[in-house]
Design a protein around this ligand. Structure first.
Ligand SMILES: [Fe+2]
Length: 319
């Protein structure tokens, strides 16, 4: 008959082995289980030609991540109509050539992009468990990255529009789209409070009139803080793209995310949902991202992803 203390010891060893196994799985297996999530959003005018949008977020690329680069490059084999980038593409100070190699097949495809705090400063060593219990602090003290080089890559090499606290109107497959971007609210670089003024001025400058019902407004931001989502919804966004949450990164099977690293409800940590504010609502697409902080290189019940969002006419289902 086993002694009580021996039984307890065996239980502790068992729990320890389980924890080590789960950690090893999160580092070695799931972190490389890239997948393309597919969504459909009915916000175009009835009868419009569909628009396929590739949503990339939180690549957190480092020079040694060849598998991630290969997977991202392969997304260009079936070219989308448009690319939306929601920031944190940098994962290491020397990663700019890696980012360029990953995105090269998407060059020339129309794109819009905003930035995350990790595009400006390099990652720091963090206690991975602290991420689960409180939002990360802004990485103001990290090493400065080649942020200007990243912006040149986007705008000059890839031909994308930098809409960090900005707006651009594009015609895609015959539909008029207005993209409204806000900076990273996690570090206060967003102009959310001033949006009514600058957006109105930008709309007046544009030849497009957003008041005739023929333009579809889409919000783009890195961190989906509620005040950002509320403001974009108030000002006409019918769909909002965001990242930052990593989908919770470490999730509990059957329960879901434990954190969003912001004030977004955990049930919206990843995926397509509806954000309601006042009498308005907007679809909200949050990507779990492709990468992780290099000092917290694991995922559990939260695989890395890119998202293919197809915009369709709002007459879907009534044909
Ligand atoms: Fe991130």
């Amino acid at each position: 008959m086993a002694q009580p203390h021996t039984t307890i010891q065996r239980s502790l060893w068992g729990l320890g082995a389980l924890a080590v196994g789960a950690f090893a799985y999160g580092v070695i297996v799931e972190r490389g289980h890239y997948r393309l999530r597919v969504e459909q959003v009915p916000i175009l005018d009835a009868g419009s030609e569909p628009i396929r949008i590739l949503h990339l977020s939180d690549l957190h690329l480092a020079p040694w991540q060849r598998n991630a680069v290969s997977w991202i490059r392969a997304l260009g084999d079936n070219p989308p109509d448009l690319v939306v980038g929601t920031g944190d593409f940098f994962g290491h100070r020397d990663a700019l050539p890696t980012i360029e190699k990953a995105l090269e097949p998407l060059a020339g495809i129309p794109g819009v992009v905003v930035h995350g705090s990790n595009d400006r400063v390099g990652p720091r060593s963090v206690n991975p468990l602290s991420y689960l219990f409180s939002p990360t602090t802004p990485e103001e003290k990290g090493e400065a990255l080649d942020f200007d080089g990243l912006k040149r890559l986007y705008t000059e090499t890839l031909g994308w529009h930098d809409i960090d606290n900005g707006r651009v109107a594009l015609t895609v497959n015959g539909s008029e789209l207005e993209f409204v971007g806000l900076g990273d609210a996690h570090v206060g670089s967003d102009m959310t409070d001033e949006l009514p003024q600058w957006l109105e001025a930008a709309r007046e400058e544009s030849e497009q009139n957003t008041g005739d019902g023929s333009v579809t407004t889409i919000g783009v931001t890195h961190a989906p803080y509620q005040r950002v989502l509320n403001t974009l919804t108030t000002h006409g966004a019918e769909l909002i793209f965001a990242g930052h949450t990593h989908g919770g990164q470490v999730c509990v099977p059957g329960v879901g995310a434990l954190t969003t690293n912001c004030d977004l409800p955990t049930r919206m940590a990843r995926g397509l949902n509806v954000w309601e504010h006042g009498s308005r609502s907007s679809y909200l697409e949050v990507s779990a991202g492709v990468g992780t902080n290099i000092y917290a290189p694991f995922r559990f019940a939260c695989p890395p992803e890119a998202v293919l969002v197809t915009l369709v006419g709002d007459d879907i289902g009534y044909a």
